[in-house]
Design a protein around this ligand. Structure first.
Ligand SMILES: CC(C)(COP(=O)(O)OP(=O)(O)OC[C@H]1O[C@@H](n2cnc3c(N)ncnc32)[C@H](O)[C@@H]1OP(=O)(O)O)[C@@H](O)C(=O)NCCC(=O)NCCS
Length: 200
């Protein structure tokens, strides 16, 4: 059985290698990518409004006789992870998105309207063996529940015909285009920036 839990900053620190393993397997990145991301994921836990959720396989925890409380759950195998935080002007991602909006001709009022109050959905990953069961949607809903921001924004790699589970999920949840085919500084891949108003 799979259970969803919230992760505190210290849970994330303790489970960082498991969370990064889910990320690398889900994104099919080469091994070793974890090491490049670890310090950034930890730094993100200190940002305002940071929240993280995980999907864990609780069969092992429930089998154990040491009590399947929160401690057992936070030790059980992780099959999905998602986190985000409140966007702010000193963040690289916001600066990149604002530059992209300006380049596309958006005026200051439009930019302010979108960027003044948003939750950045930074990471959302389900391990390949657990994909296609609705866990990604469940994590995103839990993460976005009760947020104070007006919008949620995310970036996702451009895929021909929007033909993958991430795109299907975001479209099903009502995310619309903010910027298409955007190149973040230092990354050769094209990304889409998508958003929608909150609450979901
Ligand atoms: C994108 C991603 C997070 C989506 O999570 P997911 O759990 O695979 O997908 P969803 O929550 O949208 O679930 C959709 C599927 O579950 C099925 N489903 C939905 N609710 C269900 C339920 N209650 N029980 C069983 N199946 C269900 C749907 O039929 C759908 O199946 P289909 O895609 O085969 O048609 C995940 O696929 C992933 O990590 N992908 C690789 C990494 C990635 O792209 N991350 C995002 C980068 S920005």
């Amino acid at each position: 059985m799979t259970t969803l839990i919230d992760l505190s900053p210290s849970d994330m620190a303790h489970r960082l290698s498991d969370a990064l393993a889910v990320y690398v397997d889900a994104m099919r990145y080469p091994r070793g990518t974890e090491d490049q991301r670890a310090s950034m994921w930890l730094e993100h836990t200190r940002r305002r409004g940071w929240k993280a959720v995980a999907a864990i396989d609780d069969s092992a925890a429930l089998d154990g006789n040491d009590g399947a409380g929160t401690g057992a759950l936070t030790a059980a195998p992780m099959v999905g992870v998602a986190y985000g935080y409140c966007g702010a002007p000193d963040q690289w991602w916001q600066q990149q998105v604002v530059a992209g909006l300006r380049r596309n001709g958006a005026d200051q009022a439009d930019i302010a309207n979108l960027m003044t109050s948003y939750f950045e959905l930074t990471e959302l990953h389900i391990h390949p063996r657990a994909q296609g069961r609705g866990l990604g949607e469940a994590l995103i809903r839990r993460l976005l529940d009760n947020r104070g921001e007006q919008h949620v924004l995310l970036s996702t790699p451009e895929i021909n015909g929007e033909a993958n589970r991430a795109w299907r999920l975001y479209r099903r949840l009502g995310f619309t285009d903010v910027i298409r085919s955007y190149y973040f500084a230092g990354d050769p891949r094209a990304f889409a920036i998508l958003g929608r108003s909150l609450p979901l």
